[in-house]
Design a protein around this ligand. Structure first.
Ligand code: CP
Length: 341
């Protein structure tokens, strides 16, 4: 598989063929992720998990994915806790950390920083988010989730009608997802945001040039009725010039049960890259949706582990050796394997 030994820096480097192969491997990871089996295929391998910007699920799921394959994880979190704060260059940091690791996952607040880091690395580097630029593994897990959710409804990706909602200007997850969706054609994509937070034209053009039917709007209700998948996003307040400016959009689009039942298709799927902003004045995805079967946000985060396990296995060239290093689980796993909504 062409992923062996490769960096994952941008979705631009990812082909449809590669996605299909990767998703097959991700599916094969399910018994290990659900603790039905253990695989020690990466025993002895080390992941450098370098997160220079806040993260919960990307950082932990990278670590969890590596551990589930038998590898060990070494982490650093926060710029101020690293020697980058003392003026060390990304090149030097990469030279050092790649001497300690077999593979590195990295997040950094500056666009292009992970690619710059990769130039100094002696091992493969995976981009866990570089500022407002890209979040390729999130886009892969989002696409995997879209496919799985449509399959649950007896549909294929060709029947996708997707509404992206919220801060489409700063959201790196939607920028990366648009680029992956451009590998398909003739999908229906609705882009709904406050006017000032519209999807940058380069990504709209990518979708249009791929042959998708693209509609751009500013009203929540405008994007909901035709969507079988709704992808809500957070106002990315850390990307605004001032907090006052960000506050103008806090709570701009709130999705709750009443709006869901009034405007959405029955069984419409709700996704969100998370974190959702649950503060009272934001409440972009209300807790009253938590018990709705259409709310896929935690199936989405679980899928992140499968996709990241598949990436590690393929990049390190062990995707065909999982069973050779497999054994039974010897602890109680009953509660965590209860079916999710
Ligand atoms: N989706 C995502 O990137 O979440 P974290 O910021 O918690 O990693």
């Amino acid at each position: 598989m062409e992923l062996k030994g490769q960096h994952i820096l941008s979705v631009k480097d990812i082909s449809l063929e590669l996605i299909n192969e990767l998703f097959q491997v991700a599916e094969a990871m399910r018994p290990y992720a659900k603790r039905q089996k253990v695989s020690r295929v990466l025993e002895g391998a080390l992941l450098g998990n370098m997160f220079f910007e806040p993260s919960t699920r990307t950082r932990v799921s990278f670590g969890c994915a590596f551990n589930l394959l038998g590898g060990e994880v070494r982490e650093t979190t926060g710029l101020s806790n690293s020697a980058l704060a003392k003026g060390e260059s990304l090149y030097d940091t990469a030279q050092v950390l790649s001497g300690y690791s077999d593979i590195i996952a990295m997040r950094h607040p500056a666009a292009g920083s992970v690619a710059e880091f990769a130039q100094g690395s002696r091992v493969p580097v995976i981009n866990g988010g570089d500022g407002p630029n890209e979040h390729p593994t999130q886009a892969l897990l989002d696409l995997f989730t879209i496919q799985k959710e449509l399959e649950r409804q007896g549909k294929s990706i060709n029947q996708l009608s997707l509404t992206m909602l919220g801060d489409l200007k700063h959201g790196r997850t939607v920028h990366s997802l648009c680029q992956l969706l451009s590998l398909y054609s003739n999908l229906k994509i609705q882009l709904i945001s406050p006017e000032a937070l519209a999807m940058p034209s380069e990504f709209v053009d990518i979708l249009v040039n791929a042959g998708h039917q693209v509609e751009v709007g500013t009203k929540l209700e405008q994007g909901l009725p035709q969507a079988n998948i709704i992808y809500q996003t957070r106002i990315q307040e850390e990307r605004f010039k001032s907090q006052e400016e960000a506050n103008r959009y806090r709570g701009y689009f709130r999705l709750n049960k009443q709006i869901y039942f009034e405007h959405c298709q029955p069984n419409a799927v709700i996704m969100h890259p998370l974190p959702r902003d649950s503060r009272n004045d934001a409440n972009e995805l209300d807790n009253d949706l938590n018990a709705e079967p259409g709310l896929a946000i935690f199936r989405q985060t679980d899928n992140g582990v499968l996709v990241r396990m598949a990436l590690f296995a393929c990049i390190l060239g062990v995707e065909n050796q999982l069973k050779k290093y497999e054994r039974d689980v010897n602890w109680f796993t009953g509660l965590r394997n209860k079916p999710q909504v």
